[in-house]
Design a protein around this ligand. Sequence first.
Ligand SMILES: C[S@@+](CC[C@H](N)C(=O)[O-])C[C@H]1O[C@@H](n2cnc3c(N)ncnc32)[C@H](O)[C@@H]1O
Length: 356
Amino acid sequence: MEADPGDLVEVKSERGRPLGLAFFSSTSQITLRMLGEGPRDERALLSGRLQAALAYREHLAPDGTAYRLVSAEADGLPALIVDRYADWLVVQTLCQGSDRRLDVIVELLAEAVQPKGILVRNDAKVRRLEDLAELVEVRMGDVPDVIEIREGTITHQVDVRHGQKTGLFLDQRENHLVAGQYARGRALDAFSYTGGFALQMARQCESVLALDGSELAVAALVNNARRNGLTNVEARTVNVFDELRELEISRERFDTIVLDPPAFAKNKATLAKALGGYKEINLRALKLLRPGGILMTCSCSYHVDEVLFEDMLLHAANDAGASVVLVEKRLQARDHPVLLGVPETAYLKCSVLRRL
Ligand SMILES: C[S@@+](CC[C@H](N)C(=O)[O-])C[C@H]1O[C@@H](n2cnc3c(N)ncnc32)[C@H](O)[C@@H]1O
């Protein structure tokens, strides 16, 4: 039987056993995105899934006003992202199935959450794989250019229209707070973006040096630091690879370091090169770290799994001549849960290491 782009289809095994419902894509390599069992009535299906996702976030009671309300496959809603920024929502529909149902999704969200506005941030490049246009538009109410949110005791000004992802790296929300608990002395936040880690650490540290390649991100970080009354943060617009080398040459030392680079391995073909990049920054960071110091090191490359990541860290420590203990293994925040059986939903690794 023929299916149209984005159709909700019933999937059966070769022997005809029903396997559940799925969104069909006519262009992507991912032809079917499973929704599992549920009512055939689409509105009832979406409404039930949204209600369950919202109830889970209410139960989590995040310490902040920005978090993920719907995390796609992990909430039984394939390729649908809904992020809350205080009184506003930002939505992404990243496959034909969720995109075709955007109107009803917006309607159901407006009803259930009653936000002041809903922005659709459908400018993600992955939409090209689904033959979907890239666009950003307000679909309900008004959405200001800048939204103030709180993460723990720190406030951030978020540009939801132009910021990376939907404005913030919400998957690091809980790790930001944990970094604040480990941080002491002189801290370095490499790949800082707008200061998720840097500002939490600044509350506890003598000083924080934040590094990012994006001028916009660094300007936002400086503004955030000022608005939080933090005078011990310095931010530099630099290439982190070059700056780590410079800091090493000038024999700078730090007590706490965070490394949160972008995904170096976008696919399997770039894995070897990506591992080289991860090793280089970790090796340099370990050289800059004082004995007794803490390195919180992250990778958001799905293709670099936990085993490869730890192996890379061991090689980096050996080459840096550093003895290192693993203190804690963390992943993405709990509002971005991992769907067992779909390894792609477990992408963020965050290891806390201590140099002996
Ligand atoms: C995963 S994000 C960091 C998120 C941030 N730590 C947070 O929790 O909000 C990666 C950041 O690295 C920056 N970036 C990418 N390549 C870079 C490079 N070579 N040097 C400096 N910054 C870079 C991007 O601008 C982006 O802000």
